[in-house]
Design a protein around this ligand. Structure first.
Ligand SMILES: [Zn+2]
Length: 392
C-alpha cells in the first residue's frame, strides 16, 4: 500500500467503516447505506480498490444477468504493532488491519508498576523485534494501558495502579523512537471494542468489565466507544463501598471496589492467610485447583462487583456485559455476578441482559487495539444524507 492511501479522507473512512462492519458490500448496497449518487460511490470504491484497502470478494448471488461485484476490506493491506500492557503481564503483537497476528505474539512478564524507566526499554525492544518481523514498516502502533488516557494529550493521567506513569508521554516517545504514528488507549476500552466488533457486532450497547489486578469497564454505545469527558468513563473500580470504609485502595482513597474485589486485593488477602498468591493470575489458579478459601473469596468478590454493576445496568441499560481479565473469565465469579444482578428487582434493564465471559480472552486487547487504530487512521464521516452535497 502506498502513502497516498493514508490521506485520511473521511468519505473513504465511511466506506471502509461500512465494509468492515458488514463484511462486504456492493456498489448498490453502499449507495443505499450512504445515500450517495452511484457516480460518487464508484469514485470512492475505485480509489480504495486502487490503494489496496478494498479488494474484490465473492460474487453476490443474484437472479440472472451480471452479478454485482462484492467488496471486502483488505485486512492484509498493511500491518500494525499493537500492545495490551497490564500491571504484571503484557502482550504485544504484529497484526494485520483486522487484528489477526502475523507472527506469534510476544508475552512479557513485565512489572509495569516499576515505572517507565524500568519497563519502557523492555517494551521498546519488543516493538523493535515485531517491527523487524514485518515485510514493510507498520502503518501505526497502538498500545493499551490500565490507566485513564487524557483526551487532549493522549497521555496516561492519574493512574491508580501505574502511578509512576502519570503524565508520561508514551505515545510521543514511541512515535519519535520508531517514526510511526502511535496511539495510546485505556486497556479496557481496547478490550470492549475488540469483543464488540468481533463477537457482538449486532449489540448496540456493551459493557466490558476487566477483573484483573484492578477492576475497570469499557463502554460501547451505539457501536462506538464512549470515553467520557476526561477519558475516565467506566472507572468503576474506584466506586466507594461504605461497608469497607477502612480498606485502603491503591488510589489513596478508602473503600473502593477494587480494594475489596480486585485481583491484587484478593492476592493480598490470601497472602495474609500465610498462603502464596502473587497476583490475580495466581488467585485464578488457586480457584481452579479447588481451594475452598479462594473459591469463597471469589464468590464474594462477584457479589460486590455485581452490586456496582447493577447501578451501571440501570444507567446504561446495555444489551451485553462481557467479563474479562484473569479473574473475570472464571466461571465461579461469572455465576456470582449473574446471581447478584438477577437477585435485584431491576425490571426492564436487566430482563434481557446477557452476561457472558470474554470470548477473545487474552487477545481482546490486541484485536480492539487494531480496530481502534484503523478507526483513527481512516476516520469516518457519519452516514447521514446531509453530507452528500460536499462529496459530489
Ligand atoms: Zn480506589
Amino acid at each position: 500500500m502506498n502513502e497516498n492511501s493514508l490521506h485520511r479522507d473521511p468519505a473513504d473512512g465511511l466506506v471502509l467503516r461500512l465494509v468492515r462492519q458488514a463484511g462486504s458490500h456492493t456498489r448498490a448496497s453502499l449507495g443505499a447505506a450512504t445515500g450517495w449518487a452511484r457516480s460518487t460511490v464508484t469514485r470512492r470504491v475505485d480509489g480504495l480498490l486502487e490503494s489496496g484497502l478494498l479488494t474484490l470478494g465473492e460474487e453476490a448471488t443474484s437472479t440472472g444477468g451480471r452479478r454485482p461485484e462484492q467488496f471486502r476490506f483488505n485486512q492484509r493491506a498493511g500491518s500494525l504493532v499493537v500492545g495490551d500492557l497490564g500491571a504484571t503481564h503484557s502482550r504485544l503483537a504484529l497484526v494485520d488491519l483486522s487484528g489477526d497476528p502475523l507472527v506469534t505474539p510476544t508475552d512479557l512478564e513485565l512489572d509495569m508498576t516499576a515505572g517507565p524507566e524500568v519497563a519502557f526499554p523492555v517494551i521498546r525492544d519488543a516493538i523493535e523485534a515485531l517491527t523487524g518481523a514485518a515485510d514493510s514498516p507498520p502503518l501505526a502502533i497502538g498500545l493499551g494501558l490500565p490507566a485513564p488516557i487524557a483526551a487532549t494529550s493522549g497521555d496516561p493521567v492519574d493512574p491508580s495502579i501505574l502511578s509512576a506513569w502519570d503524565g508520561y508521554p508514551l505515545a510521543k516517545t514511541v512515535e519519535s523512537e520508531f517514526g510511526v504514528a502511535t496511539y495510546v488507549e485505556n486497556d479496557v476500552n481496547q478490550m470492549a471494542v475488540g469483543e464488540q466488533r468481533r463477537h457482538w457486532p449486532q449489540a448496540h450497547s456493551l459493557v466490558f468489565v476487566k477483573i484483573g489486578t484492578g477492576i475497570g469497564a469499557g463502554i460501547v454505545i451505539g457501536g462506538r466507544l464512549y470515553r467520557g469527558a476526561q477519558g475516565a468513563a467506566g472507572d468503576i473500580g474506584h466506586t466507594q463501598l461504605e461497608e469497607f470504609a477502612e480498606r485502603l485502595c491503591q488510589c489513596g482513597r478508602h473503600g473502593c471496589l477494587e480494594a475489596v474485589a480486585g485481583g491484587g486485593a484478593l492476592a493480598a488477602q490470601i497472602s495474609a492467610l500465610g498462603r502464596k498468591a502473587a497476583d490475580a493470575r495466581a488467585v485464578a489458579a488457586l480457584v481452579r485447583s479447588g481451594d475452598s478459601e479462594a473459591k469463597s473469596m471469589i464468590r464474594s468478590a462477584g457479589t460486590r462487583i455485581g452490586t456496582v454493576l447493577a447501578t451501571v445496568v440501570n444507567m446504561v441499560n446495555p444489551e451485553v456485559i462481557v467479563l474479562g481479565g484473569d479473574l473475570g473469565v472464571e466461571p465461579l465469579l461469572l455465576s456470582s455476578v449473574r446471581a447478584e444482578l438477577q437477585s435485584r428487582p431491576l425490571a426492564l434493564a436487566s430482563r434481557y441482559l446477557v452476561v457472558e465471559p470474554s470470548r477473545l480472552g487474552s487477545d481482546a486487547g490486541i484485536v480492539g487495539a487494531a480496530e481502534l487504530v484503523v478507526d483513527r487512521l481512516w476516520p469516518s464521516l457519519e452516514a447521514t444524507h446531509q453530507v452528500v452535497d460536499s462529496l459530489t
